[in-house]
Write a protein that binds this ligand. Structure first.
Ligand code: ZN
Length: 275
């Protein structure tokens, strides 16, 4: 019987995500690992004999070698931190319900497939084990400064850390990631830089309708953060369209440029909680 099926039988009231969270906690406890979690011990427990960097179109894959053994392939051109998450994602596939050790997984970015989403969930539970992460988050706080500390401690990307931190914050929380489209030949040399575009919003808890990506972008705070090139910690007031009600939020934002395809791209990460 698989670990998943065994836990499902012990805890019939849990959904798939909750069963996976319990499985991940158990694995981290058994291996006595501490952050930053070394995936090698987890791979050994799940029959994965190694990691190879290959030229892949997709992020990664888990390839069966026979006799219950498998190997992880990660995309050679990805950043090591991205590859690290892919390794945890592939380990997580072996924990999923119905995993028989015979399938081959080819994993693409932002897939909406339930198995891919469950794998991402379990990967985050292994990368940021609750045993350590909950205390660390309470100590570091949901700010960009705290985010940087946590990303370094867990060797994870800022965005993956922000999403996990939002999910585990003790009250409603939100992160907004906005990116500036790269300069094209049409905009190169022009004084009009392309504006920031919200890449995605990740939220947890109940929020007023007025608090949405459009309202945050319209407030101008993301553009100000990019222009100031400094850490911004303060409050943000968002008005409803009818101007009758205002919502005060605590905001922490900073510009984090990154490189993609050899080019520098601007990005702002903003963390929001209710003030
Ligand atoms: Zn996958």
């Amino acid at each position: 019987m698989s670990l998943f099926d065994e836990l499902r039988r012990q805890e019939p009231g849990l959904n798939d995500r909750q069963v996976l969270s319990v499985a991940c906690r158990r694995l981290v406890r058994e291996t006595r690992l501490h952050p930053p979690i070394n995936p090698l011990a987890l791979m050994g427990l799940r029959g994965i004999v190694g990691v190879e960097a290959s030229r892949l179109a997709q992020l990664g894959c888990l390839v069966q070698l026979g006799n219950g053994r498998s190997v992880i392939h990660v995309r050679a051109q990805d950043h090591p931190i991205r590859q690290r998450f892919t390794i945890f994602h592939e380990i997580a596939h072996t924990l999923l319900p119905g995993y028989s050790g015979t399938q081959e997984f080819r994993c693409v970015e932002n897939s909406k497939q339930p198995k891919e989403q469950l794998s991402n969930h379990a990967a985050a539970e292994l990368l940021f084990p609750g045993l350590f992460f909950e205390g660390d988050l309470a100590w570091a706080g949901l700010t960009t400064k705290g985010l940087e500390l946590l990303a370094r401690r867990y060797q994870a990307s800022l965005e993956a850390t922000a999403i996990h931190a939002v999910d585990h914050w003790s009250s409603p929380a939100m992160c907004v990631v906005a990116k500036q489209p790269p300069l094209t030949t049409a905009t190169l040399g022009s004084s009009d830089r392309p504006s920031l575009v919200v890449s995605y919003v990740h939220r947890q808890g109940v929020w007023p309708e007025a608090v949405n990506a459009y309202a945050i972008l319209r407030s101008g705070v993301l553009e100000q953060t990019l222009a100031a090139d400094a850490r911004i910690d303060g409050t943000l007031t968002l008005n409803n369209d009818n101007q009758e009600q205002a919502t005060r939020l605590r905001l922490s934002a900073k510009a984090y440029p990154f490189r993609t395809g050899g080019r520098r791209q601007n990005r702002v990460i903003a963390l929001l909680t209710s003030a």
